[in-house]
Write a protein that binds this ligand. Structure first.
Ligand code: SF4
Length: 400
């Protein structure tokens, strides 16, 4: 119905590290070659937890954009923009808030978890409670078909789908919808119109999902239909409403396999991170001083890689022969820990070399990043306005 599109954002609350790279950015880099992608800096989301000290946000925004570009996000393939530069996100958030039951927000599992995890901050705010709704607006405003998420974020996508469904139900009513939909069916041509009606009956009477999928595919191919008729026929398939907002699908990504230097989740606040653009000397020093299997007190003590965080780095960075060399050498005390760490140090430095090179161009001339983002803001805003025109009209706010 609407073109396939991916939307994803990150909060600018500090510099990016290799955990972000392996956990999210590598996935974005892959996605940008498959589908049109919109990647945004979620500066309003950063404010939901950093409202008392927003100083970090602006600096982190530009650093983060350079990190994305350094990592391999290609502005000729992806649209990069800043959330607050597309104010329609806030408008849709406000409009969705009118009809979103409070209980939907309170039951989002990460809401309570975050409040517990960030116990040092007062998060009993209106903005923090509403952040999943702002996330929904971020995605629905682009009629995104896919959102890359980890397992823990799936409930957020489920909620976005419920919000889109509720919105379409409440505001997709149209005077004379049934008649207009039947007129639109005729425009498919007699053969297709007959098939459409049969598939609609199969789905509505017998709940056949394959009939719904086949009918949707047929509508996708029916290029002669106007956008309005197409929306009607998609809505008519499932009920008697126009589909104004699109229900996105979660695109599951593997959780990051790269832990922090101490084996816990990599996080700047734990002091166990390697920055995406960390210099070589510092990378080498950090890995050399990484904790290892506590049982290997002396070089002659045998160890167990499963008890060592360096082993988890080998899982990400080393090929099979190297991993076999580590496992054998560790268990037999045939290799020392410094020797074991050397291939990891070399692999990280190798991984970061092209990132440093790409970043340098943007550090030398910051106007390049500004220009990429200005273009991205324009592209995103245009798409957002297309949706908002329909949303305003459906809610009686078009004033034409
Ligand atoms: S040899 Fe390697 S895997 Fe074994 S304890 Fe030392 S650093 Fe860890």
């Amino acid at each position: 119905m609407y073109p396939d599109r991916v939307v994803s954002g990150m909060r600018p609350t500090g510099s990016m590290h290799l955990g972000h790279y392996h956990g999210a950015l590598k996935n974005w880099i892959r996605l940008q070659t498959e589908l049109p992608c919109l990647f945004f800096v979620a500066d309003w989301h950063a404010l939901t937890t950093h409202y008392d000290d927003p100083s970090v946000i602006e600096r982190s925004t530009w650093d983060m954009l350079i990190d994305w570009l350094a990592a391999g996000i290609d502005p000729s393939q992806s649209t990069l923009f800043i959330q607050s530069r597309v104010p329609e996100h806030a408008e849709l958030h406000l409009l969705l808030s009118m009809a979103t039951p409070l209980g939907w927000l309170e039951r989002v599992p990460t809401y309570k978890d975050q409040i517990d995890n960030l116990a040092n901050k007062d998060l009993a705010t209106y903005g923090f409670l509403g952040y999943p709704l702002l996330q929904a607006a971020d995605v629905l405003i682009y009629r995104a078909s896919q959102v890359p998420v980890g397992e823990d974020q799936v409930p957020h996508i489920e909620m976005m789908r419920e919000i889109a469904r509720r919105f379409n139900h409440l505001y997709g009513k149209e005077k004379g919808f049934e008649e207009k939909a039947q007129e639109a069916v005729k425009k498919l041509g007699s053969k297709r119109a007959k098939l459409y009606n049969e598939l609609r009956t199969d789905y509505q009477q017998d709940g056949k999902d394959e009939a719904l999928a086949q009918a949707k595919a047929m509508l996708d191919d029916a290029q002669s239909l106007s956008l309005g008729d197409r929306e009607r026929l998609f809505g008519y398939l499932e009920g008697s409403r126009k589909l104004i907002l699109v229900e996105p699908q979660a695109r599951l990504t593997e959780a990051s396999r790269l832990p922090g230097l101490d084996g816990r989740k990599m996080s700047k606040s734990y002091g166990n991170a390697i920055a995406l653009r960390e210099d070589k000397e510092s990378v080498s020093k950090k890995i050399k001083t990484m904790p290892t299997d506590p049982a290997r007190v002396r070089r002659t003590d045998a160890g167990d890689p499963e008890r060592c965080p360096v082993w988890q780095f080998h899982q990400v960075y080393s090929d099979l022969p190297t991993r076999e060399w580590v496992a054998k050498g560790c268990k037999s005390a045939g290799i020392g820990c410094i020797e074991c760490k050397q291939p990891v140090i070399e692999a990280i430095i190798r991984e970061q070399e092209p990132m440093h090179e790409r970043a340098q161009a943007y550090l030398d001339d910051p106007s390049l990043v500004r220009a990429i983002v200005a273009d991205g803001n324009d592209v995103a805003r245009k798409l957002a306005l297309e949706t908002m025109r329909d949303v305003r009209e459906a809610m009686g706010l078009a004033y034409t």
